[in-house]
Design a protein around this ligand. Structure first.
Ligand code: PRP
Ligand code: ORO
Length: 218
């Protein structure tokens, strides 16, 4: 694993971002685990997170003109990434984000920040079934911009609309890079090394994976 991947997992553990129980997802699936990026909730955590995303972007070589962080959790992630790209790599790029509800007064609209033009790199926390990215793609196309790629913290390696993973579907349908800092398999490895107390969790995750896991992995 790369240094920023280890740093990301350690930060997620320290911030209790990974939670176990029963969670209803955006896709309607009921998952035994949840990656709650809202728990990255201190200045230091966001600074580290921004550096992890920025390093991942630089290593991938993806070309883009602006960062786009979809509401809600993509907003602080996109912002932290923009700061880290400027501070750590000397790459000063515009960033934009959206509102889930259109604002009717003041400047109005649902897009905030830089103008959505050129190649947009979407920054988000998680991909499960790929719905959020499809929604943000519609927003990008409406604005006349293009999708340069997607960067996420966690690829849950689940089916999209077909048998392959949602990440794979996005790559194939749009011919774009979809880059994740970590994937479900890293979480499973972590639980496997955590000893007997995680046996039950691993069983529940395996069961969930049989229901919703991608047949062909990303
Ligand atoms: O791949 P998908 O099946 O679309 O699921 C993943 C999406 O679901 C969550 O967004 P959501 O809008 O639920 O949450 P947020 O407002 O907390 O960001 C998450 O932040 C991802 O954007
Ligand atoms: O699919 C989702 O809605 C989802 C999964 C997850 O692990 N974390 C999250 O914030 N959303």
């Amino acid at each position: 694993m790369k240094g920023y991947q280890t740093e990301f997992i350690e930060l997620a553990r320290a911030c209790n971002v990974l939670q176990f129980g029963q969670f209803e997802l955006k896709s309607g699936r009921t998952s035994p685990y949840f990656f709650n990026a809202g728990k990255f909730s201190t200045g230091r955590a966001m600074a580290t997170l921004g550096r992890c995303y920025a390093q991942c972007i630089v290593d991938s070589g993806v070309e883009f003109d602006l960062l786009l962080g979809p509401a809600y959790k993509g907003i602080p992630l996109g912002t932290a990434t923009a700061i880290a790209l400027a501070d750590q790599h000397g790459i000063n790029v515009p960033f934009a984000y959206n509102r889930k509800e259109v604002k009717a007064h003041g400047e109005g609209g649902s897009l905030v920040g830089a103008s959505l033009v050129g190649r947009a790199l979407v920054i988000d926390d998680v991909i499960t079934a790929g719905t959020a990215v499809r929604e943000v793609l519609a927003m990008i196309e409406d604005a006349g911009a293009t999708l340069a790629g997607v960067v996420i913290g966690l690829d849950r390696q689940e089916r999209g609309v077909d048998q392959v993973s949602a990440v794979q579907e996005l790559r194939q349908a749009h011919e774009i890079p979809v880059i994740s800092i970590i994937a479900l398999e890293h979480i499973i490895d972590y639980l496997g090394s955590a000893g007997a107390e995680s046996t039950e969790l691993l069983g529940a995750m395996q069961h969930y994976r049989e229901q919703f896991g991608a047949i062909v992995d990303s």
